[in-house]
Ligand binder design. Structure first.
Ligand code: PLP
Length: 406
């Protein structure tokens, strides 16, 4: 009577196991040494832009009067926000996305988990390894990945990302129907070049595949040659859906707002994916709150843009510092340049959890074991740049003394 694939899901123990180990460490050693610094979770710490808060306050005030009160929002989002996104995120980059191909939502996590509902259960799904786990789990839940045995889903195709391919896989030799790509990548912190993305777009158009492109971290790209949207690549509109978020750009992790582009040019099996997504959202989603959409719109005011740029610069400085510290210590590390994540090889061939315990014990720094992001993540570790400068500097001072202890 229950969904057997839901029952068969392996427990998602990564962050609970981290919390358990940290709690147990603090219970045993908390009093006798420096405090634990957390560089594990992907949540932000800097406040919202003032312009966003002011916009939300006045949108809240509007709810006091019948003349300005808002009820259910339109399924796809308010035009004011769709227009602002089309202008600032796309037209300014020379990409024409009609506002009504942009669907406002309450988070990139939910959209990236829900988008698979448009696809046949027989679809072959492919993901990079390591990977943000939502793409895999949502397809497993729907029964598309078969059984989970020996740490693997038997029907899932993985594209290994390692130092050998600079952490950006090339398209596979075999056929895949539904492909998830995320750039700049969580967890590796790598941004894909136009040439690399073109290979995937060409593959998808050739195979009739669809790419779900998660660009949640695009605001961290500083290199002008790196695409910020997959639609900078010719042919992407006939094969790619793009998911973006205000979470890491404007601090909306708690406020919740995102968007998904489903281009009107994207058809499979004679059907418009845009029409299907619109139908899906109308059926299962009642829209992101008006107040929040007004807050997101203010991201594009001059003050909002200045505050977002300052916050991203703040985190990016941490990212550079983490990467530099690791490299100076002779530890192999990637990311941290066009992304808020640094991906490091665990020293001395330690596995991810052994290094987690080592770093906690020796430096009192908490990171995320790479094995939590897939089999290819084993032996790696993720550090995030979302902390304060003070915490990041102190953590890196502690890390600097580690190699001597190895
Ligand atoms: N996509 C990626 C790759 C992420 O790393 C995250 C959050 O960590 C999300 C999506 C979630 O974004 P949102 O807060 O909009 O749900």
């Amino acid at each position: 009577m229950l969904n057997p694939f839901a029952i068969g899901m392996p427990s998602s123990y990564l962050f609970s196991e981290i919390a358990r180990r940290v709690a147990s460490f603090q219970e045993n050693h908390g009093a006798d040494g420096p405090r634990v610094i957390r560089m594990g979770i992907g949540d932000v710490t800097r406040p919202l832009p003032r312009a966003c808060v002011e916009a939300m306050k006045s949108a809240a005030d509007e709810q006091l009067s019948a003349a300005t009160f808002r009820g259910y929002p339109p399924d796809g989002g308010y035009d004011f926000l769709r227009n602002a996104i089309a202008g600032h995120e796309y037209r300014q980059r020379g990409v024409d996305i009609p506002p009504d191909d942009i669907f406002i939502s309450d988070g990139a996590k939910s959209d990236s988990a829900n988008i698979q509902e448009l696809f046949d259960n027989a679809c072959v799904v492919g993901v990079t390894d390591p990977v943000y786990p939502v793409y895999v789990d949502s397809n497993a839940w729907a029964g598309r990945l078969g059984n989970y045995t020996d740490g693997k889903w038997d029907k899932l195709v993985t594209f290994p990302c390692s130092r050998d391919n600079d952490y950006v896989a090339s398209p596979p030799d075999k056929h895949v129907d539904l492909i998830y790509l995320c750039f700049p990548n969580n967890p590796t912190g790598i941004a894909a070049t136009a040439k690399q993305l073109r290979e995937w777009v060409d593959y998808a158009n050739r195979h009739g595949a669809v790419i779900v492109y998660d660009a949640a971290y695009r605001a961290y790209i500083t290199d002008p040659g790196i695409p910020r949207t997959i639609y900078e690549i010719d042919g992407a509109k006939t094969c790619a859906i793009e998911i973006c978020s205000f979470s890491k750009t404007a601090g909306f992790t708690g406020t919740r707002c995102s968007w998904t582009v489903v281009p009107r040019e994207l058809y499979r099996d004679g059907a418009s994916l845009r029409a299907l997504w619109s139908r899906r959202q109308a059926t299962k989603f009642n829209g992101a709150p008006y107040i929040v959409q007004r807050g997101a719109e203010a991201v594009y005011s001059p003050e909002g843009q200045a505050d977002c740029a300052a916050t991203i610069a703040y985190y990016s400085r941490n990212a550079r510092k983490i990467r530099q510290t690791l490299e100076d210590a002779g530890i192999e590390a990637t990311g941290g340049v066009n992304a808020p994540y640094v991906w490091m090889r665990c020293p001395d061939n330690m596995d991810s959890w052994t290094f987690f315990d080592f770093l906690l014990k020796e430096a009192r720094v908490v990171g995320t074991p790479g094995s939590g992001f897939g089999r290819r993540g084993e032996g790696y570790f993720r550090l995030t740049a979302f902390g304060s400068h003070e915490d990041t500097d102190e953590a890196m001072d502690r890390v600097r003394s580690l190699p001597r202890k190895l």
